[in-house]
Design a protein around this ligand. Structure first.
Ligand code: HEM
Length: 515
């Protein structure tokens, strides 16, 4: 016998049962959330609390309506530490003076917060995990970052190959830089993550390019998931892993991996195979964590590649897009950056007028003005309340401000305050003005994380891919500076501390004209 959903729900008794269960679930959830709020609002601290009117919602919607305005107003009013009702709980937010204490406390975990919000099973398959949890950090820190002298120029060549493939016109207009640049970042990253042959595999590159955009709408939480953490846990545990977009991209990655690993296995049997040479991150993982290539291992490798796409491709695409929009918004920097580049390339004995310069890490190191420009972009972009850390211990953590973080509770970083507080930024002035070269000669490189720069996090868990990310940004931006004039063809709108009240990703039409 077959049931359709309409036939089931036409039965009044079943309908009543469903309504009753749903009502009980909502009631239990409301009680749980209220208890959590009462517990978290224990009044034992002397830390100021941002007033709010609506229970459950608290300040959450007000924050998302304009993160910069919210963070700025409340930093001015309350200073470095305050409490706010955010994401369904009363939570502590710390700014400049207090942020390092959060990053350096081993019981406050960034990853636990990420797992909690996105669900431990966010990317995982149903099979057994065959790789240690530290695999990703290990490959990025111990292999990719230490071999950037090889990886960076090789990845840049893949970028150039993609430029040739696209046969860009002498003059063209891009309505939105993000998808345009995402393709380049995908090829660039794939060459390091999975190697030169796999980065010619269109199916795989499509996953690198589109996985975040396709999965994003399902993974971006709606209001109910944000203000009811219990509903978010339920969603990420039971509903999200079954999403079509996750399944589609996992399947694409797994198929490409399976074909590639079979080819590599047969190549290893040939006489001229060099055993110790590591070709790419995938090769490093296969050699460092050997395992039979069964379904569980392929699924586990697929998970690692998918996470690399999220932590590496998506973040770098957003950052390079942001930097390019800042350049177009402040075109007077372009000529000076071009002059710097010409000097740096010529000093290496390379003809700058040659068509395709291959940038190397040594050249990137000497592009100090571009480095400063990128750091200023990252600084002014940090306007929100971000980087949640969960107390993973069984005891209250009493911060030096007196704020208490209870076990299982979160503390957030006020990134606006960290990057715009004059005391925290030392000798920098006019912090709400964009000053592209303000870091030149100051030992404040874009990759240098610290109390005054948390765009890559800070401390033991700071982003281990930041050197690769900055090389990518420098390479891609340098190419366009060398070869094109870039001008706005509509208003360029950027959410940052120096331009009004726009909220959202940077947008605007950009015209590229070949030099
Ligand atoms: C501009 C681009 C990027 C930004 C803004 C960024 C930002 C971040 C942030 C904020 C964290 C958390 C740090 C903390 O817990 O304190 C992080 C962690 C991490 N990132 Fe990045 N990231 C970028 C690019 C990359 C790339 C290209 C890779 C890989 C090649 C990568 C790999 C990682 C890894 C493995 C971690 C976890 C580190 C750990 O837990 O110890 N990231 N990143």
């Amino acid at each position: 016998m077959q049931f359709s959903s309409s036939s089931i729900f036409s039965d009044k008794r079943v309908e009543n049962t469903v309504v009753t269960i749903a009502s009980i679930t909502v009631a239990v959830a409301l009680v749980k959330t209220t208890l959590a709020l009462v517990k978290s609002n224990d009044g034992s601290e002397k830390v100021p609390m941002i007033p709010y009117k609506l229970p459950f919602i608290g300040s959450t919607f007000k924050y998302y309506a304009n993160p910069l305005k919210f963070a700025k107003t409340n930093s001015e009013k309350f200073g470095s530490v305050f409490r706010m009702h955010f994401h369904g709980a009363v939570t502590t937010v710390v700014g400049a003076k207090d942020a390092p204490e959060i990053f350096n406390n081993p019981d406050l975990s960034f990853l636990a917060s990420k797992n909690r919000f996105f669900g431990g099973s966010f990317f995982e398959s149903s099979g057994k995990n065959t790789l240690p949890d530290k695999t990703l950090k290990d490959v990025v820190m111990r292999h990719l970052t230490t071999n950037l002298n090889d990886y960076s120029p090789r990845a840049f060549q893949q970028f150039l190959q993609e430029i040739d493939r696209q046969a860009l016109d002498e003059q063209f207009t891009v309505p939105n830089l993000l998808p345009f640049l995402r393709r380049f970042v995908s090829k660039y990253s794939a060459s390091a993550f999975v190697g030169l042959r796999m980065c010619q595999d269109e199916d795989l590159i499509s996953a690198f390019e589109h996985a975040v955009a396709d999965i994003g709408p399902e993974f971006k939480p709606g209001p109910s998931r944000v203000i009811f953490p219990w509903f978010n846990s339920f969603y990420t545990k039971y509903l999200f892993p079954k999403s079509d977009a996750v399944k589609k991209h996992r399947a694409l990655i797994k198929k490409s991996l399976s074909k590639e690993i079979a080819k590599r296995t047969s190549e290893q049997l040939q006489d001229n195979y060099i055993q110790d040479k590591i070709e790419d991150n995938l090769d490093y993982i296969l050699k460092k964590y050997p395992h039979e290539i069964d379904d569980d291992h392929l699924e586990s490798l697929t998970t690692i590649i998918l996470i690399m796409i999220f932590v590496g491709v998506h973040t770098t695409t957003e950052a390079v897009t942001y930097v390019m929009y800042c350049l177009v918004k402040h075109p007077h920097y372009i000529e000076e950056l071009r002059r710097e580049q010409e000097q740096v390339v010529s000093n290496e004995g390379i003809d700058y007028s040659g068509s395709d310069v291959i940038y190397t890490p040594a050249m990137y190191r000497n592009m100090v003005k571009l480095d400063s420009f990128i750091r200023e972009c990252m600084r002014t972009r940090m306007v929100g309340i971000v980087h949640a850390h969960t107390n993973i211990s069984n005891q209250d953590i009493v911060l030096k401000s007196g704020a208490i973080v209870k076990p299982g509770h979160e503390v957030f970083i006020n990134a606006f305050h960290v990057h715009h507080d004059p005391e925290n930024q030392g000798d920098l002035e006019n912090l709400e003005t964009f000053d592209g070269f303000r870091f030149v000669g100051k030992d404040k490189l874009a990759v240098k994380s610290g109390h005054d720069n948390v765009s890559f996090g800070m401390g033991k868990h700071a982003c281990s891919g930041r050197w690769f990310a900055i090389h990518q940004i420098k390479g891609i931006v340098s190419y366009f500076i060398k070869n094109y004039n870039m001008t706005p063809k509509s208003e360029i709108r950027i959410m940052n501390s120096t331009f009004g009240n726009y909220v959202g990703r940077p947008v605007g039409n950009v015209q590229f004209t070949k030099i």
